[in-house]
Design a protein around this ligand. Structure first.
Ligand code: FES
Length: 171
């Protein structure tokens, strides 16, 4: 008898976990940003190639990812890279973690954070792009939005945990 608890993943999650799209680094990426913590492995690194078109719109031409997380994390990052391709940064900014989850046919509640990490990485990448240019478009919120705050909280929590672990091991 198996001692593992089966997770209620839908077929889309399993399909993208087994055959993820756009996985791997992008050598000519305009921005590369991560969300999550390498300490515990729940982490997404997102690569975006962005071009400013003749109308002055910043468009995502290519998106790839690396993931060190679970099946839901891989599936969320994979579908995100599909969803953002061809979108302007303003359109991509509007993608929510819930949309990612819906596109995947729904995630179990304990896996919502995998989708939040994917959107957190996207939002970081968009902010990093404009920071690099020294610009701040009017649609980009000045303050962190919910997903960005949650990602930060998670990173800080993991950092605190591993710091305590290191201290424990030194004793
Ligand atoms: Fe942490 Fe999926 S990335 S459970």
């Amino acid at each position: 008898m198996s001692t593992r608890i089966p997770l209620p993943y839908g077929p889309r999650v399993l399909e993208l976990f087994r055959n993820p799209k756009n996985m791997g680094p992008l050598s000519n990426a305009t921005v590369v940003e991560s969300a999550g913590s390498p300490a515990c492995g729940d982490m997404i690194r997102l690569y975006l190639r962005i071009e400013r078109d003749e109308r002055g719109e910043d468009v995502i031409r290519e998106a790839t990812f690396e993931s060190y997380g679970c099946a839901a994390n891989i599936a969320a990052a994979s579908i995100l890279t599909e969803m953002v391709r061809g979108k302007t940064l303003k359109e991509a900014w509007a993608i929510s973690w819930k949309q990612i989850s819906d596109e995947l046919g729904g995630l179990p509640p304990i896996k919502f954070h995998c989708s939040i990490l994917a959107v957190g990485a996207l939002k970081r990448a968009i902010r990093a792009y404009y920071k690099k240019l020294g610009e701040h478009p009017e649609w980009l919120p000045k303050d962190l939005v919910q997903e960005e705050k949650l990602v930060l909280e998670e990173e800080e929590m993991i950092e605190r945990y591993y710091k305590a672990m290191r201290e424990l091991l030194r004793r």
